[in-house]
Design a protein around this ligand. Structure first.
Ligand SMILES: [Zn+2]
Length: 338
């Protein structure tokens, strides 16, 4: 099994972040990827660097005006006298039913859901290479590999078709799902609801989206991830949210996973994209759920036992002593079940 990663994904180093309104260190640090890469290599995976796949895979998911925004906003922002060192929105349209703005400040408000996806000089380059990692992992599976692990950093599942949010810029898992084509299930086990993935495929019947996460009633992303969000139009019934009470541990998570797996089996997909967050762990700084390291092994085993060709896409999971061990435990369970 291969781990797909490019060192250019380390360059993005966001500094600004607000936690309940208070300035704090941004948790999405490059060190995360170094720890995860070491754990993958120590687990016996072989590293490959993704080729330059250009813009087309991201353009299959994201709007052209959003991609222009991501590529140009930092240079435009720098020309504003007295602007912050990173692009961070200070105004939002609320309902986006007004006129598409012309200014950099207006564009930041339009294309950024919250303040936790700041953009600096390196952001676009790292985000594009992170998406390429996901696409190349999808290509490996299309070429016949049983599974491939895209070490995506920055992560992607909070990014919608035309908005950044929650450390995410390009929707890596969604881009991989589009690359795979056919009937695809996207299963998201990150601590946080995959609102971007849900948004992108909400009216689709060819991509089933399932997310297990801490109940958004009092947790990020707050506005999405509730159980009554089931899709719309042709996509009605093709989105399943399984919110868990804060603090839920292994048994509660595994019970929800069994429900998710039953729904995926009934959908009978050709392939699976797993949005693999590790932040549901009991030691993660976000402290939303209480999955143990052995719990990740069992989660990996249950998902591996589905025997679907699988693209693993890294999402969250923040600095704590168990971060590398959690990936290793997941991979051990997953590969042991194949
Ligand atoms: Zn997360």
């Amino acid at each position: 099994m291969k781990v797909v990663f490019d060192d250019a994904q380390l360059a993005h180093y966001p500094k600004s972040f607000l936690s309940s309104g208070a300035p704090a260190e941004n948790p999405e640090q490059p060190e995360r990827a170094k720890i995860l890469l070491k754990a993958a290599l120590d687990s016996g995976l072989t590293r490959v660097v993704p080729p330059d796949l250009g813009l087309a895979p991201a353009a299959a998911v994201h709007s052209p005006e959003y991609l222009v925004f991501l590529q140009t906003i930092y240079e435009r922002w720098r020309r504003i006298e007295g602007a912050s060192p990173e692009v961070v929105p200070n105004i939002h349209p609320g309902r986006r039913d007004g006129t598409y703005p012309a200014s950099a400040v207006g564009h930041a408000g339009w294309h950024m859901i919250d303040t936790s996806a700041p953009i600096n000089a390196e952001t676009w380059g790292s985000a594009l290479r992170s998406a390429h990692a996901a696409v190349h992992a999808a290509d490996l599976v299309l070429a016949g590999e049983d599974a491939a692990y895209a070490l995506c950093r920055p992560p992607g599942h909070h990014a919608t078709r035309d908005q950044a949010a929650g450390f995410c810029y390009l929707a890596n898992a969604s881009i991989a799902a589009r690359r795979l084509g056919g009937r695809v299930a996207v299963l998201d086990v990150d601590l946080h609801h995959g609102n971007g993935t849900q948004d992108i495929f909400y009216d689709s019947a060819d991509v089933l989206t399932v997310s297990i996460h801490a109940d958004p009633v009092r947790f990020y992303p707050f506005f999405w991830g509730h159980a009554d969000e089931r899709g719309e139009g042709r996509g009605l019934g093709y989105n399943l949210n399984l919110p868990l009470e804060r603090g839920t541990g292994d048994s509660g998570f595994l019970a929800a996973l069994a429900t998710a797996i039953a729904r995926i089996a009934a959908f009978a997909p050709d392939r699976l994209v797993l949005a693999l967050g590790l932040d549901a762990h009991e030691s993660d700084p976000f402290k939303g759920l209480s999955v143990t390291t052995d719990g990740f092994r069992r989660i990996g085993s249950a998902i591996g036992a589905m025997r679907l060709p699988t693209v693993l896409v890294q999402e969250g999971g923040y600095l704590n002593d168990a971060l590398g061990a959690n990936l290793a435990a997941f991979l051990s369970g997953f590969r042991g079940a194949r």
